[in-house]
Design a protein around this ligand. Structure first.
Ligand code: FES
Length: 102
């Protein structure tokens, strides 16, 4: 099972959990009670529809996650960035979460 390491950019806290191969990152984090959003966006996000862009994360191991989706291209995420709700996990990853929404 892939291991996900989450660095919280707001608090500096580091959390690690296991996720199923091909699991959706946003859903896997929620199942572990890990908040990937910054501040109020925990409540105001689009619930994983790919519209709001507030689940933005930075990924160290891009080869272990799904390719950029159409919604990520529309949000113009960076090369090492993903939307957690559009991310499937295929191997161990380290991410930086709770980033500021532009
Ligand atoms: S939850 Fe809104 S884009 Fe991911």
């Amino acid at each position: 099972m892939p291991i996900v390491t989450v660095h919280n950019a707001e608090t500096g806290e580091v959390t690690t959990f296991k996720a199923g191969y091909g699991a959706n990152l946003r859903q896997a984090a929620q199942f572990q009670d890990i908040d990937l959003y910054q501040g109020i966006w925990t409540q105001l996000n689009c619930r994983g529809m790919g519209f709001c862009g507030t689940c933005l994360i930075e990924v160290d191991n891009m080869e272990n996650v799904s390719d950029h989706s159409l919604m990520e291209k529309l949000h113009k995420v960076g090369e090492n960035q993903k939307l957690a709700c559009r991310t499937k996990i295929y191997g161990d990853i380290t991410i930086k979460a709770n980033l500021t929404k532009d």
